[in-house]
Design a protein around this ligand. Structure first.
Ligand code: ADP
Ligand code: MG
Length: 526
């Protein structure tokens, strides 16, 4: 059997042999090829290759659709007078990714449990301090966050006693499908600046549009993705609980200077305005330090230079040391933490989302301290990968930890070494991992060792900067959760949508903003 393959953008045609597909599973929408199961639309993708013109035109239509519907990132091309206003479509995958429906739905179901878990862990500051203390000795960023927790404690206690504590969680739990076990295993739980929620909802809509074009895609297999509504609704619920709406209260979105992914964030701003008539002010931590004031006598009200009180601080920055270039930014963080505004996240929530806490919760009995219902805890543990502390005390006393370290030195490809960092590009693999473990020492307290999750490979058409290429890919699923609590009353605790990021199989890391991955969406198969 002959086929023509389109090579690169120039759409040159070449001919090569392709093996025959076995069509035994056609009725279920699946085909088998070299003992792997492929969904029908992948065959459709192969058909597209046969006709280079239609592949190219489908990509073109997808890019135009993305531009027409705001599935965009800032171009940041300095040749424009205002580079923030020049946009380009977000990096995207032309077709969705097959996921087992049952596993996907289970990941959705546990999200409210994870929201509760974060809330319970963050509430136990003694646990945060004792668990993160050794890591903080070697990781000054974690150390500084812990210090901020301590210096703001009395102000926070006073707010709580006055019934003014409003907690807002916007989380994203990330998973990869582990081929050997067939389970989604948790990569990490993000409690700060969980991004791409809104662009991901648009990605679902783009794939629905693709489904309208390609009969092999069934629209009903693309699950609903309500981030565009849920994220603004959660922020608004927190703002309404804090008050100040009559006084012109605003949401402050804490941003990084020069953010390229501002359009994802601005979808939230638009949702806050259109759905709730809440105005958003974008400020860096530096801006806040320079212009916002905290009135302790007024119960911790923060007022902007314009006189507007702040109802909510929503962070899309502040998760990396680079966001705190001077003491001014730390002063801003401290001011926010002492204020009566809702913070997404509080310092405690941010610490509850660290990799060290993720690892510690996986130890026997620790998760169960925070989730008392045995069935719920058991459900969550289904998603835990192997995680090990590298604190020399644990390596010396826990035979399980010692064995994992020995095995990781022998087989580094089966593990990932993670520091206490967020934002992509920080993990160590392979030889680098082996070398770090061989050297050992106290500084490894700031790292965790993790089982390497082995997701199945897919083939995807990746579209970046208007150019497409077909690659072997891996993907990562994120489930969003929103949570609002006022004092003891939980006002909202929901699963709020999803994100799929797809990267070429050869890349270790998965960030879209960091340039490693493209946006994608799930296609549920039974
Ligand atoms: P970050 O806070 O930098 O996003 P992550 O824990 O999400 O840290 O790791 C970054 C990327 O590294 C992930 O998106 C994923 O692609 C890869 N990765 C992380 N942990 C694992 C793992 N246990 N197995 C396989 N890949 C992993
Ligand atoms: Mg991540």
């Amino acid at each position: 059997m002959q086929r023509h393959v389109v090579v690169g953008r120039t759409a040159q045609l070449r001919t090569e042999k392709i093996p025959k597909f076995s069509t035994g599973l056609l009725g279920q929408g699946l085909i088998t090829y070299r003992n792997k199961r492929y969904l029908l639309w992948q065959q459709a993708a192969h058909r597209m290759e046969i006709d280079g013109k239609s592949a190219g035109s489908l990509v073109e239509d997808a890019v135009v659709w993305a531009n027409q519907h705001g599935l965009v990132v800032a171009l940041k091309d300095p040749k424009f007078v205002n580079p923030d206003f020049a946009v380009i479509h977000a990096p995207l995958s032309l077709m969705p990714v097959p996921y087992p429906r049952g596993r996907f739905e289970l990941a959705q179901q546990v999200m409210p449990l994870l929201n509760r878990l974060v809330d319970a862990v963050a509430d136990d500051e003694g646990y945060l301090e004792s668990t993160l203390g050794p890591a903080a000795l070697y990781d000054t960023f974690t150390g500084r966050l812990l210090k901020t927790l301590q210096t703001t404690r009395s102000a926070r206690s006073a707010l709580r006693a006055a019934g003014k504590e409003v907690v807002l969680g916007i989380h994203r739990s990330d998973y990869m499908l582990d081929e050997p076990s067939g389970k989604f295993l948790q990569v990490e739980l993000n409690t700060i600046a969980s991004s791409f929620g809104c662009l991901s909802a648009l990605m679902t809509q783009l794939h629905l549009y693709m489904a309208s074009r390609l009969p092999a895609l069934e629209p009903s297999r693309l699950p609903a993705n309500p981030t565009l509504e849920h994220i603004p609704d959660a922020i608004a619920a927190a703002a309404n609980s804090v008050g100040y709406r009559e006084e012109g209260g605003v949401v402050v979105m804490v941003v990084q200077p020069g953010e390229r992914n501002a359009y994802d964030q601005q979808w939230i701003q638009l949702g806050l305005w259109e759905r709730h008539r809440l105005r958003t002010v974008r400020m860096t931590l530096g801006d806040i330090a320079a212009t916002a004031t905290l009135d302790k006598a007024q119960g911790g009200t923060v007022t902007l230079k314009t006189g507007e009180p702040v109802c909510v601080f929503y962070f899309r920055a502040g998760y990396t040391p680079a966001d705190y270039p001077s003491e001014a930014e730390w002063a801003a963080r401290e001011l926010i933490e002492q204020s009566n505004a809702a913070k997404c996240p509080t310092v405690a929530y941010q610490l509850a989302g660290t990799k060290k806490i993720q690892q510690d919760l996986a130890r026997p009995g620790i998760l169960e301290r925070f989730i008392s219902d045995g069935r719920d805890a058991g459900l969550l543990r289904e998603f835990f990968a192997g995680l090990w502390s590298l604190d020399p005390k644990d390596v010396a006393t826990d035979p399980g930890v010692a064995a994992a370290v020995v095995d990781a030195i022998a087989r580094p490809e089966a593990y990932v070494l993670k520091p206490q960092r967020e934002g992509g590009g920080n993990n160590l693999y392979g030889e680098e991992l082996r070398e770090m473990l061989k050297v050992g020492g106290e500084q490894l307290s700031a790292y965790i060792l993790m089982q390497r999750i082995l997701p199945p490979a897919n083939r995807s058409v990746l579209v970046r900067n208007g150019q497409w290429s077909e690659s072997e890919t891996l993907n990562e699923l994120g489930i969003y959760g929103t949570f609002v609590r006022h004092g003891k009353n939980v006002l909202l605790n929901e699963q709020s949508g999803h994100l799929v990021r797809t990267k070429t199989s050869s890349s270790n890391e998965g960030g879209v903003a960091a340039g490693f991955a493209v946006l994608d969406s799930p296609y549920l198969v039974d």
